[in-house]
Design a protein around this ligand. Structure first.
Ligand code: ATP
Length: 371
């Protein structure tokens, strides 16, 4: 089978997609387009509507309103088995009494497809399980069973593969290995993958594009780097990693720089990262972008400076040292420093100045909750 011949060519488009359960709106007027052949992640906390969205795409849930298209074809009300879409679930759903080869062959045999054994062998090679074909699911590890479930879904040659927390049951080490494996397989087969997860690291490792969902709506959509470096909401800033969010008020917004007064200091934020242009706001800076220097020592990095910090906590975590620094207004900032060995670890109690390059910070409206 030539996998390349099956590469997806139609994008998946959801328009104003809404799902209400009695009086509760689980998914609220969702608009998104998943480019053909891309790895797309729906990321969000438990209950935000990810699975409901996926089930509507699979045809397992009927939308209250809105539409679902594959290219120019509407599939909103199409029967599940008539959609070129397959789903891989967290619990694998394999047949325990059938061997791996027959588990993967099952759908093709039912459809009386020719050449089943050759196709199964190729699919097992893709997921690197050729040598395990005669085993039964209970004799395999969770990661192996997950790969069988993937092979079984892919052999139907769907245009879109939906993955609902497929790695959720695996331990951390196996999950990391499977993340890389899934990405390799997706690149090889060129199908559109829509992956649902609440794990930000998982989404960032695999996806070309991430849609961050919260309370039934998409808060922001973009590449992992865009979302991490330039979040538009405090929810996205906090969900995609740790962030220092410091209260300030906009002093000026002209040209490509917004200046913010922050506890007696003035800092600059590039306009494209300033999502508030007046009034109060939160200046955001990721802990690994924060530089610490003993108070009064010259700081070589140009940019934003805050004085008067005191190191209150130092944790050694292998690749980095993580500091907590208490600022004069009482807030504790996080600063993560790579352990390059270039300088001594700063001791607890050290007076420090805090700085960062303006292009690493962002500004969010104060109306948003910081927790
Ligand atoms: P999780 O990661 O926990 O699966 P999720 O983001 O996938 O969460 P959904 O399963 O889509 O969330 O559920 C979204 C909301 O809709 C939840 O509050 C859930 O309780 C509710 N919900 C889901 N299915 C139904 C249903 N059949 N009837 C009533 N409410 C439902």
């Amino acid at each position: 089978m030539s996998l390349a011949a099956d590469r997806a060519s139609r994008s998946l488009r959801l328009t104003a997609l809404t799902k209400e359960f009695a009086t509760f709106t689980a998914v609220r007027s969702l608009d998104l387009e998943v480019p053909a052949g891309s790895f797309f992640a729906l990321l969000g906390p438990s209950g935000c509507g990810k699975t409901t969205t996926l089930r509507m795409v699979a045809g397992l849930e009927v939308p209250t309103s809105g539409s679902i298209h594959l290219g120019d074809d509407e599939i909103t009300y199409e029967k599940p088995y008539r959609r070129p879409v397959n789903t891989v679930f967290q619990n694998y759903a394999l047949f325990p009494h059938l061997d791996i080869h027959e588990n993967v062959a099952f759908g093709l045999r039912r459809r009386k497809v020719k050449d089943v054994d050759r196709q199964v062998k190729e699919m097992l090679a893709l997921v690197e399980l050729e040598s395990q074909a005669k085993k039964k699911p209970p004799q395999m590890s969770g990661g192996q069973q997950q790969r069988v479930a993937l092979a079984r879904a892919l052999i139907n040659r769907p245009e879109v593969l939906l993955l609902d927390e497929p790695l959720g049951a695996l331990d951390l080490k196996l999950r990391r290995a499977m993340q890389i494996e899934l990405k390799r397989i997706q690149t090889e087969v060129g199908l559109t993958f829509v992956h649902v997860t609440h794990d930000q690291e998982e989404a960032m490792t695999m996806a070309d594009t991430i849609a961050v969902m919260n309370g039934g709506v998409i808060e922001q959509m973009g590449s992992p780097a865009e979302l991490y470096e330039n979040p538009r909401t405090t929810f996205v800033a906090n969900f995609l990693g740790q962030s220092n969010l410091i209260a300030g008020s906009v002093a000026s917004a002209e040209g490509d720089v917004v200046r913010v007064d922050m506890h007696g200091n003035q800092v600059s934020i590039p306009a494209e990262r300033a999502h508030a242009r007046s009034g109060e706001g939160w200046v955001g800076i990721r802990p690994e972008k924060v530089l610490l220097a003993p108070a009064g020592e010259p700081i070589d990095a140009p940019g934003n400076h805050l004085t008067g910090g005191i190191v209150t906590d130092v944790s050694f975590v292998g690749v980095s040292t993580q500091y907590l620094v208490q600022m004069p207004w009482g807030q504790e900032l996080m600063a993560f420093e790579q352990n390059t060995g270039r300088r001594a670890v700063l001791a607890k109690g050290t007076k420090v100045d805090v700085s960062w390059r303006p292009e690493f910070s962002f500004l969010l409206p104060a109306s948003q909750d910081v927790n």
